[in-house]
Every structure is written in structure tokens, then in C-alpha cells.
Write a protein that binds this ligand. Sequence first.
Ligand code: 4AD
Ligand code: MG
Length: 462
Amino acid sequence: MITRPIRNILESGKEGEKLSIPGWVRTVRDSKNVVFISLNDGSSITGLQLVVEKDSFSDLEALGKISVGSAIIAEGTLKKSQGQGQSIELLVSSIKIEGLSPEDYPLQKKRHTLEYLREIAHLRARTNTLGAVERVRSRMSYAVHSFFQDRGFMYVHTPIITASDCEGAGEMFQVTTLDMDKLPLTKQGKVDYEKDFFQKKAYLTVSGQLEGETYATAMGNIYTFGPTFRAENSNTKRHLAEFWMIEPEMAFADINDNMRVAEDFLKYIFKDILEHQEEDMDFFDNFVEKGVKKSLMHVVETPFVHMTYTDAIKELEKNNDKFDYPVKWGVDIQTEHERYLTEVVASSPVIVTDYPKEIKSFYMKQNDDGKTVRGMDVLVPRLGEIIGGSEREADYDKLLARIKELGLKEENYSWYLDLRKYGSCTHSGFGLGFERAILYATGMQNIRDVIPYPRYVHNASF
Ligand code: 4AD
Ligand code: MG
């Protein structure tokens, strides 16, 4: 059967409609003459109340077996609800049991910690919180595509396996079919990658940007939306080893165009979920992070503040006594500083630009001062960095010089340099960490709870 979501029935079901509704039992309440069952199918937080009148129900034995977690299909007629908390309910005529759920079902009706739920990630989508997260995640994916498709951006699928390190930070997972216990060696005693699947070292991508640029410089405006991987040994609430990234890349666009798109994009996706996931957003606002809806509305309505890195450092230095890590020009700013800039200095999202070249990637456009590059990070309150991007170096000689300066292998980037040789143009782009966006939008505290199966250091369960 193709089912009609309970969300839809609650919104537009008509009294007297005869329906057959499948779902999982959240609660069973047995009173003298009536059994109330709350049925949930994952389409909304609110379930459908099933009402079984014992007097007229034929299969009381089956009814007695239904417990929390069971999968059933209930048949009956919609009627106005007498009770409080719901406007419509199903007066049940028959119930088909698809699968019972014994007493050791781990999600009995009580509050579970998010840490515990992570251990049963295969069942946690059946809880209110994780269900709401997943619905917001799904809707936000849709909003990402609508935003770019409506503006004529092409969706490009960049490779997952790659030989080039986009960020040059050496945080890549290696992909190989060599037998680790019996590695083939060259005469010099090094691993012989000629014998490996690709006949050279290969990795899981940390970003689709470089390949994205090759399509932007052929098709104008493009975006990617796919999984990326980082072997970062950081055990934080904001880092995953496998996360999804959205990376637009725009030909003939400079950093100002880039900042405008980034701001419009964030505003669009947050506004979209406020409008379309109202019940879930109310849930987050009431039970997860008080005020999260207001802070999202604030992002939607407030113009982002622009600030150079140099000015940001000046602001931060005045308050160095407040930080665990005091700053000075040249250091990479950390979450505590990012939050200070957005929450205290600007009281709004901030776009920081023109970072020292030493702390940014090789591909960023070099400024005339010889010290800074046209990078931009978008920072938001509560979280810090949500987007990283830049105008790209479009000059062949400058780019090659930087590649050499950083000791990167020129031959690995020959194709990337070609873009600067044949019809080079001004171009820019950025990357939004999808889970960071969900984390921010829902007010959830840990990035491990906004992706179905989180991968992080020492963990790849399920
Ligand atoms: O700042 P990053 O490293 O920039 C890039 O990868 C560029 N190639 C993007 C571009 O210009 N096309 O990463 C972009 C964003 C970060 O701002 C952050 O939101 C997210 O990706 N991110 C992570 N999210 C979860 N876990 C991690 N380990 C992340 N690393 C980065
Ligand atoms: Mg970054």
C-alpha cells in the first residue's frame, strides 16, 4: 500500500472518511470501555489517536497484544475528537498487526538522553526529537535545491574519490585496495602505488570545489551538494568525519557577489523551514533551545555585518582577557572569538574577509598587500563559522607561485592551472556545511544528532 501520511490526515482529513492507516504505536492507554492508541508514522510529531471501543470490537485478544513499538494497520472512520489535544481521531473497526514489539523495546515512553539515543541510532528516528531533525533536514535539502535551481544554477556531481587535496590540510582518508598486511614495495622500500587500484594515491574528497570550478568556468553558475570527508582528529560538537556540503561556484563573480549570494542563501533556507516545518520548529523552540525561532527570524531579517579580519582582530584584542586563547594578527580565530564577534560586537551574523594568506587555502585570490587573501567566512551567533569561501586566484603565475611556495605538487594541479591558462575569469564560491546549518536551525547542541549515522573519530557504527 502507498500510505497517506498522518500529517496529511491531521491537516485535511474529513469526518466520516473511511481510512486504513499504518504506523508504529507510541502509547497504549487502556481505560474501562475504551483503548486509546497513539499511532505515529514519522510524518509529524503529533500522532493520530486511535479509539477502540471494546464493546463492539471483535478481536480483543489481538488488541491485548499491541504494545509500544508495534507496527499495525488500523482501519476505521475519522470523527471529531471528544478529548483534548487533537481535533480528529480514528474510530477503529479492525486492526491488522504487522509486527509486535516485545517488552525489551528500548524506546519505552520516557525521556532518553541524546547520548543513549546515539547508541541506538537504528531506532532513534522513532523519537520526537530525531524525527523532527530528520524532517527539517529533508525539507532543508529541498530548499537548497530550490534556491539554486530558481536562480539558474546547474547541479554538478563532483567526484567522491579524488587525487587532489582541495584544502591542502592533509586531512584526507586514503582509498586503496592494497593489502595492508602485505604491502607491495618498490626497490627503495616505499609502498608501490603502481600496484594500487588507481596506480596512484587516492582519497575521499574533502571538498568538491576544485572540480566545481572547472564546471563553473564552462557553465557559469553551478552548485554541488554531496558528502565530503575529513580525517580531522577533532572531538567537538561541530565536527564530523563525514558531512554534507553545498558548494556554489560562480563565474564572473567577485567576493562581493559571493557574499551577497551567501547571505541570500542562508536567509532563504532558514525562512523556508520556519514556514514549512512549523510544528517541528515549535517543538525545537519549546523543548530544545528556547528562542531558536526568534534567532532564525533575526538572521532572516537583519543585514549581515561585513568586517575585515584585521578589523575583527582589533575588536577581539580589546577583549583578550575574556578568551581562553588570546588573539593577535596572524592567528586563526576560534569558535569563542567567532561567537564574540557575532553575539557581542555585531549582534548579527558577520562576514569576515581578507584573512592572512598563511591560515587560508592556496586557491584564494591574493590581495595587493602581499599578506592577505580574498577569503570570507560567514559567522552566526551560537555556532560561529557556518560558511567558508573566497574569490579564487584567477592569475596563472600567482597561483603557481603559491602552489610551489606551499610545497604542493605542481603536477597534481596542472588541470586546475589550465583554468587560468585558457579563458581565465574572475570567479568565486563558498561551502556551507549542511549539518552546521541544521544544527543552527534546530538549536540542537551536537552535530552527531543532526545526521542519521554520524561518523567521527573512533566511531563508524551501523
Ligand atoms: O571552510 P571549509 O573547509 O571550506 C571549503 O571546504 C571550501 N572548499 C568551500 C568552498 O569555497 N567551496 O568548509 C566549508 C564549511 C565550513 O564553513 C563548515 O560549515 C563545514 O564546511 N565544515 C564541517 N562541517 C562538519 N564537520 C567538519 N569536519 C567540517 N569541516 C568543515
Ligand atoms: Mg573554514
